[in-house]
Design a protein around this ligand. Structure first.
Ligand code: DC
Length: 232
């Protein structure tokens, strides 16, 4: 990956459970600060999509080596405000969010070889600083020396409601709400109980509970923290 324009500045990490608003918040914070945004979840989704498109049968994913994952040819290309994910040189976007990928990505992300295969790529994205990176292990593993680490949390029901709104579904439907909450909970359990790079609050991270905060308020809270720490 080539980072073509140098943007000096701190690295800000946002970790947290599914549906806590990390990616949209990270993207908006990056825009406000003139930094790049790295959505690390998109890389795990790209590995999953790459596997689904490959000839490797699902039963064999678990035994793939790091080289096996590297062969999927996942890459990042710098774009105006962040990074475009590529599989075999081809840009991928909405395909990363299909149910087929979402149902399997947590498993793929739990495999040490998959994580190792994209570690260098993520670190390279932060090489020049000026980055807001979101995921599960940004502050713990990928950028342990980040200048500002945020751990975003929100009540499960609130997260389920946000997810339903995001996908354009009725969030007053109790059945759908319960189903979404259960799916998020299953993914959180898997992400926080795995042995490698589990979801947890990084040392030195500031916890921000976004339950009841409007989107702009949570963006502003992080921008304010960056100013308070005189990082900007
Ligand atoms: O943020 P997301 O829903 O797009 O993440 C997809 C999956 O990837 C999710 O199950 C957690 C996993 N993930 C991870 O293990 N580590 C990261 N840094 C980012 C995402």
């Amino acid at each position: 990956m080539r980072v073509d324009s140098r943007r000096e500045g701190p690295i800000i990490t946002l970790d947290g459970p599914a549906g806590s608003g990390k990616s949209s918040t990270a993207k908006a914070v990056a825009k406000r600060l003139g930094f790049r945004h790295l959505d690390s979840g998109a890389l795990y989704r790209a590995l999953t999509l790459g596997l689904l498109r490959s000839s490797v049968v699902e039963a064999d994913w678990e035994s793939l080596s790091e080289q096996g994952f590297t062969n999927l040819d996942i890459n990042l290309e710098t774009s105006k405000n962040g990074f475009q994910v590529l599989i075999g040189g081809e840009a991928v976007d909405s395909e990363l969010r299909t149910p087929g990928v979402t149902d399997r990505v947590s498993f793929v992300a739990s495999l040490p070889a998959s994580r190792q295969s994209i570690l260098g790529l993520q670190r390279k994205a932060g090489e020049d600083g000026g980055l807001v990176a979101d995921g599960r292990d940004m502050g713990t593993v990928v950028f342990p020396h980040a200048e500002l680490k945020i751990y975003l949390i929100a009540d499960l029901e609130e997260r389920a409601m946000r997810r339903l709104r995001q996908i354009g579904q009725d969030c007053s439907d109790d059945f759908e709400l319960a189903r979404q909450a259960s799916a998020l909970n299953t993914r959180d359990q898997s992400d926080s109980q795995r042995t490698i790079s589990p979801l947890k609050k990084a040392s030195g991270a500031i916890e921000l509970d976004t339950t009841g905060l409007a989107f702009e308020e949570q963006v502003q809270a992080i921008v304010d923290l960056a100013h308070r720490l005189t990082l900007l």
